[in-house]
Design a binder for this molecule. Structure first.
Ligand code: SAH
Length: 346
């Protein structure tokens, strides 16, 4: 059964007309959906029409299954999809607004050894409407609405590889930034990828004004191959070349994620090699001590060492910061909460 949030406004209008309803019903239905109302909560549409819709379409493709709040105010959400699968999201509140981290797949098939999302492999892709629902559902949960948006920024950094679910993700990006929708500016959206080079080029052609974030995590192929299987498919050289092409087209600074893993990629030698690799690019490096995933036996670098690594990059002329770790006390990292709940069988 498909869900109504997969439809753009124009597609919804076609559906409304095809069901014999007047055109103006579209905006009523659209705002109810974007307020993340359940079918039962909608009072301004004819009952018969709603019943007809309900036999064929899902109104709310996911529900909050569990919610945890960290000491720093970070909220971790575990959602249940209509088919029973679980996905997760994180809401981080800053002075300037609220950033929601969304998932794009149930599980992931990229196989990065440090990432909990990949533990059970890929279960399935999320549809555009299921990704959008995470935004609408949390927006409602924190007191926002269709007219009064509370979520200001989105990062596609939850479980899944966004570019491995390309069409649905691109549709989601259009839906979530549509002016007659929840209207989140594309400039406030970051897409994070482990680096599917051909898809990065395709994305550049979409002409979306989003920030491209690359999970690099290593200064050379040899180290990258130790933790990221994608490094066997594309070399760092090819990856960097693709990010440069992206920058040429979109003109937005590239962000590189670099999780510091003790004894693997955190030496000054690595910092110098990384500096050489990125020299002259309009980019920023986000350093984060690896969030330990016990199953994988990989340990994060100390914060002190992370700052030393950062200073080394800065000295070499590379813009870099150590990311504040948020929500550590609530299994904030990718896929950790889902993995835990699945394991405990709750
Ligand atoms: N598949 C995409 C997006 C999801 S992961 C990607 O690879 O970018 C979001 C970010 O969290 C990525 O940079 C990923 O490498 C990082 N990450 C995953 N597990 C982590 C961990 N245990 N500690 C720190 N960062 C982690």
């Amino acid at each position: 059964m498909s869900n109504l949030l997969d439809f753009s406004y124009d597609e919804l209008e076609e559906l409304v007309l095809s069901l014999g309803e007047k055109k103006f019903r579209t905006s009523q239905l659209f705002s109810a959906l974007y307020n993340y109302k359940s079918c039962d909560e909608i009072t301004n549409l004819p009952k018969i029409f709603l019943e007809k819709l309900q036999t064929e379409y899902v109104f709310n493709p996911l529900q909050i299954y569990k919610k945890l709040e960290g000491k720093d105010g970070t909220k971790k959400y575990l959602y249940k999809l209509a088919d029973g699968n679980l996905i997760e999201g994180v809401l981080m509140s800053y002075k300037y607004g609220n950033t929601l981290c969304v998932s794009t797949q149930v599980g992931c098939r990229m196989g990065c050894t440090f990432c909990a999302s990949t533990l059970g492999g890929l279960i399935r892709n999320l549809t555009a409407g299921e990704i959008l629902s995470q935004v609408l559902c949390v927006n409602r949960d924190i007191g926002g609405s269709y007219d009064k948006r509370k979520i200001t920024n989105i990062v596609l950094m939850g479980s899944g590889e966004p570019l491995d679910n390309y069409d649905n993700v691109v549709k989601f990006l259009h839906l979530v930034s549509a002016q007659n929708g929840i209207n989140i500016s594309q400039r406030n959206i970051s897409l994070s990828t482990c680096g599917l080079v051909d898809r990065i080029d395709k994305l550049a052609d979409e002409d979306l004004q989003i920030t491209l974030t690359i999970s690099l995590h290593a200064p050379n192929d040899e180290i990258r191959k130790q933790t990221m299987p994608i490094a066997n498919r594309y070399s760092i050289k090819e990856l960097i070349a693709a990010t440069k092409r992206y920058f040429e087209k979109i003109k937005r600074r590239i962000v590189f994620e670099y999780a510091l893993i003790s004894g693997v990629n955190d030496t000054f030698e690595c910092a110098d090699e990384l500096s050489k690799l990125l020299k002259g690019m309009s980019c920023h490096v986000n350093l984060i001590p690896l969030n330990e995933v016990k199953e994988r036996n990989l340990v994060g670098t100390t914060r002190k060492r992370a700052y030393a690594f950062m200073e080394r990059l800065n000295k070499n002329g590379i813009s870099a910061t150590v990311r504040r770790t948020m929500g550590e006390d609530i299994d904030g990292a990718c896929g950790q909460l889902r993995a835990k709940v699945l394991k405990e069988g709750k």
